[in-house]
Design a protein around this ligand. Sequence first.
Ligand code: AKB
Length: 314
Amino acid sequence: MRRILVIGSAGQLGSEIVPELRTRYGKENVVTSDIKIPTHENAINSTPFVQLDILNKEALSKCISDFNIDTIFNMASILSASGEKSPLKAWDVNLNGLINVLEVSKENNIDSIIWPSSIAAFGPTTPQTNTPNETILSPTTMYGITKVTGELLAKYYYKNYSLDTRSMRLPGIISSKTYPEGGTTDYAVEIFYGAIREKEYTSFLDENTILPMMYVDDCIKCMIDLLEADPKKLRRRVYNVTSMSFSVGELAAEIKKHIPDFKIKFKPDFRQEIANSWPKTIDDSFAREDWGWNPHYDLEMMTKDMIEKLSKRL
Ligand code: AKB
């Protein structure tokens, strides 16, 4: 049985993956950690929990040996919009944090590391439709720069120290457990809160902006499937993954089918330029071929499920 450490367990992805990991591997075998104490509804079930700053290498190392960890999910990250406001903080958390994880993993013979990269690794000179796995990686955001550098670092540790690092370039993730913070794709979550609470939402991206997205259930399946994939079948360390692409207007129209008096306004801000620099659709055929990636949710199913779950919670 694996002994797993989830770093960043209070965040959007951490809070969603922990319950699934615990179901599969046993509660005591999944140690949660975050710089802040989690406040979401699963907090009560979050022990074993260690309050941990990813920048504190000694504390990270101690946690790994105290709990006999062999597998790490590193979810700690400053996202694209926050990264533009605090670029050095994004560099620090995303890269110095990752280096700490890689170093302590090397020192403690960790078996597997899952670290999400992002569509932010691409930039305005990358082909924007059906973006291939191997293509131009020249992002213009600090977040994107940390993702490209992180991908290279993870590959370096794989090549030189045989550390089994695996990454997927996640698109925008739509989920209901935590309120989104600091991303450019956050509009696709905020819009549901607006629609359910006020029946209106003002989008910070314009109506025609198309971005690749994934529902959280598929995202969790994606990370666990990649973790458990047969190493002999993996031809690369970093995989494109996607499940749907839609514009802000198309999402609003889908929500209107459930909440007919929902109204949307558009007031693009600095995040529009970030969104414009990212792909609209992604080619994830390598992930499908190598480890059977096959998402379940499309726009219609995702919208229905989000409205049901969030309405209950709000
Ligand atoms: C963001 O919007 O910054 C993230 C991402 C696409 O990685 N959700």
